[in-house]
Structure formats: C-alpha cells, structure tokens
Ligand binder design. Sequence first.
Ligand SMILES: C[S@@+](CC[C@H](N)C(=O)[O-])C[C@H]1O[C@@H](n2cnc3c(N)ncnc32)[C@H](O)[C@@H]1O
Length: 332
Amino acid sequence: MNASAPTSAETLRRTLGGLLDGLPPKQATAAVERLIASYRGQTPTDAPVLRDRSDVAAYAAYRMPATFEAVRGALDGLAEAAPDWAPGSHVDVGGGTGAATWAVDATWDGPRETTVLDWAEPALALGRELAAASSSEVLRAAAWRRAVIGSGLTLPEVDLVTVSYVLGELTAPARTAVVAEAARAGQAVVLIEPGTPEGYLRIREARDQLIEAGLRIAAPCPHDGTCPIEVGQDWCHFSARVSRSSLHRQVKGGSLPYEDEKFSYVAATRFPTEPAASRITRRPQIRKGLVLLELCGPEGDGLTRVNVTKRQGDLYKAARDADWGQAWPPAP
Ligand SMILES: C[S@@+](CC[C@H](N)C(=O)[O-])C[C@H]1O[C@@H](n2cnc3c(N)ncnc32)[C@H](O)[C@@H]1O
C-alpha cells in the first residue's frame, strides 16, 4: 500500500470541499439537483451529461468522494489477491474527473503512466485541475484525453484498465466493446458499478466476457465458475464508508457524518493471482458469543452461512473484526 494514501485521500477531500466555495448554498444545491435529474433521465445518452463547469463541479463535489472510495474498495480486492504486483501504467476509461486515478494512487506507489479518457471535455479539464493540486507526481503527470467509448475505441496496452461507474451509461454494444478492448489492452481490468441489482447484472455480464477473453478472476469471486447468485433473488455488492460533506447534508438532509456507498465490482487479470478462499458477502452479524457470516465460497460450495463461535478462539476474534467484502478466513 502507498504510505502516502491518507494524504492523497485527504488532499482530494480538501480540494473537492473547496470546489463549490463561493457559490451560494442554494445554487450549489440546485447544481447537484440538476445533475441528479440528468442521471435519472434517459440513459444511455448520446451526448455527455457533464456539459459545463457547473455540472462537473457538482459531480466532483457530490459524487467523486463516493466513487473514489468504491474504486478503492475494488482495488483493495485486487491488491490482496496480487500482493507483489503494482501497475506501472494505467488507463481510466470514462474517467471523468479522475476518481479512479486518485484511488489507484492511494493503493499503489508509482512511478506510473496514467491516462484518463472521457468524452466530456469539462470533466477532463476539472480532473486535470484537481490532479494539479495533488502531492502525487503520478497524478500531476497524468494525461487527460478526449475519447468516445464505442467500437472505434482503441486503448494502449497497459498494466491496469479501470472503468468506474460508466457501463450503465453505455448502450449494450458500447458496453461489450469497452469490456472487450479493456480485456485486450490490460494485464488487469477492474470494473466498478453502483451496487444495485442492475449494476450487479452489468458486472456479472462483463465478468463472463472477461473470462471468455482469457482473463482470470482475482476478486471478489473465489473462482472463475458461474456466479452462484440466482438472478432476481439477490445481487453481489459491497459497501464503502464515505464522509459526508456539508453539501451532502444540504442536498440530502440528515445529520450522519457519513454515508455508505454500495458498489459491485470485478477485478480480472492475465497473470496468476491468489483469489480469496471465500468472501464475506454481507455485513457480519454479531450475537452473544457468536458471529454469523454469509460467504461466497469455492466453486460448488456456492453461498453459505457460517456460525463462528467463541469456542473457536482466534477465528472468533477474527470474525468479530471481519468486515463485509473481506476475504475469509483472513490471511494469517
Ligand atoms: C458517472 S461518471 C463516472 C466518472 C468516473 N469514472 C468516476 O468513477 O467518478 C460517467 C463518466 O462516463 C463518461 N462517459 C459516458 N459515456 C461515454 C462515452 N460514450 N464515451 C466516453 N465517455 C463516456 C461521462 O462523461 C462521465 O465522465
């Protein structure tokens, strides 16, 4: 892990905190509400949703802290399965204001060549500005380029391709094209979507496509076989805690200092990794002398429920500390 990770995350939070400064609270709230309405509208779109500076400032201030934490969660899954690996080059497709590049920077030390591709110029411009404020050389040197995702997209061959919160904005053919191109160009591919039933289905479909293209799953799945979840009954997703800014409190009300961003993801590689033996698929439930874990296990075992009792000593202690999304059993 990058020793400067908290600094990087902290810098991002501070920089984003200042983004809507100077805008009266009502205008800032209105910008975010406009953005939420555009996202509720018809997707996929045939023109960028992020059209101007106020759209992208609202996106960055309101959504980027959450997408940053979700991508970090997904990258942690990959980093745990490949502890000796670090990407020396990275392309972030549909990278917008750069949340995934910040998350990669918080996960692995450089040096690294980073390219962010998006069709929305204002998003790239703001992403470049935010990165310029970072203490990370990797982020400051990143290239920000306009590119449209579709059958014409060609990516450079790189160690890592990320596609974060983008698949849901694409037509089915564009989605297939970007996953195919990521699988061709990347040694590792990480795809992240909102943790909704629809987001999970897009990840599930992309997972099959990555396996078909010859990649192996590193996380979150313990195997490359068919996902044991029955579609329509449940969906695989995880949760990342995000500090709420005053802007969030203005828009959404409530007083909690945080909210939980739900996300679905898949990380696949062309190189061998050590996927988790099992993964915790729900928040563990702690009872007196007992922890209930819901697990996705080895191929054939499917989804299981395990009771870890006080009598199991160290394993019980580990279960009490265990978190949703973590590998199980924990590494010694
Ligand atoms: C919800 S934002 C996610 C941004 C960023 N990846 C993140 O995680 O915060 C979706 C991004 O995908 C970009 N996008 C959507 N459709 C695209 C397309 N056809 N070609 C290129 N970029 C596209 C949008 O401009 C936007 O920046």
